[in-house]
Write a protein that binds this ligand. Structure first.
Ligand code: SER
Length: 317
């Protein structure tokens, strides 16, 4: 029986919903408490409403359930964040400070904080961007993640709080919908293809970005959190890579399954965000420190996405 009691904050989100299921499979359904600002159906396990800006409520839930670990997934993403920068900063930073403070006060053993490729901006090598490249993010989301990384390190160094973090690339999965990111097109495009519709992409055809399949992203998270503390040498956040591709490359991989599928391009404000990010990521630190190894390349991901979405849509019809 697991002695851990895990709190997932943002459990209805794109990553949070899949991570909650994976944690329940690993630690037992009742040992994982899902929380989100919105109630949704379909949680088979303990669920509580929680606004991340309510520190008192967060502390109360942690004490009542005897929580030992926190996965803090709630944040406003890169594209949506630009609509209301100050509110995005308040939610992303306020939520994180509440998690760190409550964790410190309640003697939480480990905290997971997701960072992002959005921490990078100008003056980096765009290909194979190194772990220690300079951080000059241009979005408020990226600024909040870069600051969050430093605060993660600060809480570790000053208070011994075992905060661990990954710089997720764009995450692609069939289980859940993305919300407000610049990489969302790479999920949407599969839904259109499987429904037999053509797709208009909001990034230009040659915009390569780092991406990762959901199965790999979840496994990376669990492996990072299970690694012995002395292996975690990056206390800001780890670069993490799965694959890298442009809209025209993902379109081609889908056309191998659906030859008549067509993609047109109508770049919008998200193009500028994508242009400021790396094209690919050097994740050697993760590979060396806790033996990270992705399983999915573009072709393998496309096979699985199409297979899973066809199943999903045939059940819905
Ligand atoms: N997928 C995220 C976004 O596009 C990156 O962290 O905002």
């Amino acid at each position: 029986m697991s002695k851990e009691k895990i709190l997932v904050i943002g459990a209805n989100g794109q990553i949070g919903s899949v991570l909650t299921e994976a944690l329940r499979a690993a630690f037992g359904t009742n040992n994982v408490i899902a929380t989100d600002i919105r109630q949704v159906d379909g949680h088979d396990g303990p669920f509580e409403l929680l606004n991340v800006l309510d520190r008192q409520a967060m502390g109360e839930i942690i004490n009542r359930h005897g929580i030992t670990q926190i996965y803090h997934l709630a944040a406003i993403l890169s594209a949506k964040g630009e609509q209301n920068p100050l509110q995005t900063w308040d939610i992303n930073m306020g939520g994180l400070f509440n998690v760190f403070e409550v964790a410190r006060e309640s003697g939480i053993s480990k905290v997971f904080f997701p960072s992002s490729i959005a921490v990078f901006g100008a003056d980096i090598p765009r290909q194979m961007t190194p772990q220690n490249a300079i951080l000059k993010p241009t979005t408020v989301y990226g600024m909040s993640k870069a600051s969050g990384e430093l605060w993660s390190q600060y809480y570790f160094q000053k208070y011994g709080l075992d905060v661990r973090s990954l710089r997720y690339p764009g995450v692609i999965g069939w289980q859940s919908d993305p919300g407000g990111g610049t990489t969302d097109y790479a999920v949407d495009i599969y839904h259109y293809a499987v429904k037999g519709e053509n797709y208009t992409c909001f990034l230009s055809e040659n915009t390569a970005l780092p991406m990762i399949y959901m199965a790999d992203a979840i496994r990376a998270t669990l492996e990072l959190m299970e690694a012995p503390a002395q292996n975690i040498k990056e206390r800001t956040s780890y670069n993490l890579a799965g694959m890298s591709f442009s809209p025209s490359e993902i379109a081609e991989s889908i056309q191998a399954h659906f030859p008549s599928f067509e993609v047109s391009y109508a770049p919008d404000f998200r193009q500028k965000i994508a242009d400021s990010w790396p094209e690919s990521i050097d994740d050697n630190a993760a590979r060396n420190d806790w033996h990270w190894q992705p399983n999915y390349d573009l072709a393998r991901m496309t096979n699985d996405m199409i297979f899973q979405l066809q199943k999903k849509y045939s059940v819905l019809i």
